[in-house]
Ligand binder design. Structure first.
Ligand code: G6P
Length: 369
């Protein structure tokens, strides 16, 4: 088993380090040689049907659902179509408003999650076109969908999803661009710019992995905490939800993600001296707003670890510690910001002597309800 871990202590750490490669493989062959367009040959929706789509519904469970939340934001922004993201176990029982003009995107690493598969079948029964985003070739979800966009993360062994998630995020950007191209909602130069920045992401993820050390210091200080909070706005909120889930799953620390602007409506009551708060600050347009939320938790003496984009260094004045991620297109920050979230959860779990790869009560794939 040690050999299978490729020299790493756990599969999770190995898989975190495989992310640059996983991103490259998922991008490979999906961009025109001149970098001007996304090309998804595996998706065969007739042009006529594409034009009729008036709503997108994204459904998934767990970490894959968090990729769906990013998908909602990205597809709405790029392709200007209303997008709903819903947990599969909710969607399947609520008689959702889905018809032949709905495009349903189902996300599943394993392609075998019972609720996700049931939601897919329900969507097809209602006449929707269904695209599956999955990591397992010929999985049930892949077989039952109309079109399949494979993530090429390779086999994921650790229960907590990392490299599969990052390739699901990338797939949301690819689908967003694909839909934008077919609907003409973006100018050519915007598409080219986003693609240029997308292609640089694997190397940027690699650079974050090379500088992972200050996370260990933060972990040393806070590994005995009972509660932790994750805050952010917009895309940063979606990443906060994933950061919180990762921490819960493998370190058993109670964690909550909050849209930073919602703090005042409840969570602030729980912010006391030394509680760790992870603040995501990657969105220039929301920078001032999030900084004022950081000040609110600092006023209650929380300890703030900010994860911020380069260029937003002013955050160091309000946070206790800052981990910087490289600059990229404002919409692509999720792929970089999630990496410190994964490392934080990983090192917390290790220092609390938890079973990182096999957390209690959890399974890699939930094939029964
Ligand atoms: C389980 C796993 C999670 C995963 C979720 C959905 O809960 O522990 O890591 O995100 O199932 O799995 P799927 O294979 O459908 O992505």
């Amino acid at each position: 088993a040690q050999a299978e871990k490729g020299g790493y202590d756990h599969f999770m750490l190995k898989e975190i380090h495989e992310q640059p490669r996983a991103l490259k493989d998922t991008l490979s062959g999906r961009i025109a040689p001149d970098g001007s367009r996304v090309v998804l040959n595996e998706i065969n929706i007739p042009q006529e049907q594409l034009q009729q789509i008036n709503k997108v519904v994204i459904t998934a469970c767990g970490t894959a659902f968090h990729a769906g939340l990013v998908g909602k934001y990205v597809i709405e922004t790029l392709a200007r179509i209303p997008v709903e993201a819903d947990i599969a176990s909710e969607l399947r029982y609520r008689n959702p408003l889905i018809d032949k003009n709905t495009l349903v995107i189902v996300i599943s690493q394993s392609g075998e999650t019972a609720d996700t598969l049931a939601a897919l079948r329900e969507a097809r029964r209602k006449g929707a076109r269904v695209i599956a985003v999955t990591n397992v070739v010929d999985s049930s979800v892949a077989r039952d969908a109309d079109d399949v966009l494979y993530t090429w993360a390779g086999p994921e062994i650790a229960v907590a999803s990392t490299k599969a998630y990052i390739t699901q995020l990338l797939s949301m950007y690819l689908l967003g661009l694909y839909l934008a191209q077919s609907r003409g909602t973006l100018e050519d130069k915007e598409i080219t710019q986003i693609i240029t920045d997308l292609r640089k992401l694997p190397d940027k993820v690699a650079s974050i992995l090379e500088n992972g050390t200050n996370i260990k210091e933060f972990v040393q200080k806070h590994c005995n905490c009972e509660h932790a909070f994750f805050i952010g706005r917009g895309l940063d909120y979606a990443v906060a939800m994933e950061g919180s889930l990762k921490l819960k799953e493998i370190s058993y620390i109670h964690a909550e993600a909050y849209a930073a602007g919602e703090l005042k409506h409840g969570t602030l009551a729980l912010i006391v001296k030394d509680v760790p708060v992870v603040a995501l600050v990657t969105q220039q347009a929301l920078y001032d707003k999030t900084v004022s939320n950081i000040k609110e938790v600092k006023a209650r003496e929380a300890t703030v670890l900010a994860v911020a984009s380069r260029g937003l260094e002013e955050v160091a004045k309000v946070a206790d510690e800052v981990l910087y991620i490289p600059r990229t297109h404002q919409m692509l920050t999720t792929i970089l910001a999630v990496v410190p979230m994964q490392l934080l959860a990983y090192y917390m779990a290790v220092s609390r002597k938890c079973d990182v790869d096999q957390p209690r009560n959890l399974a890699k794939s939930v094939t029964v309800e």
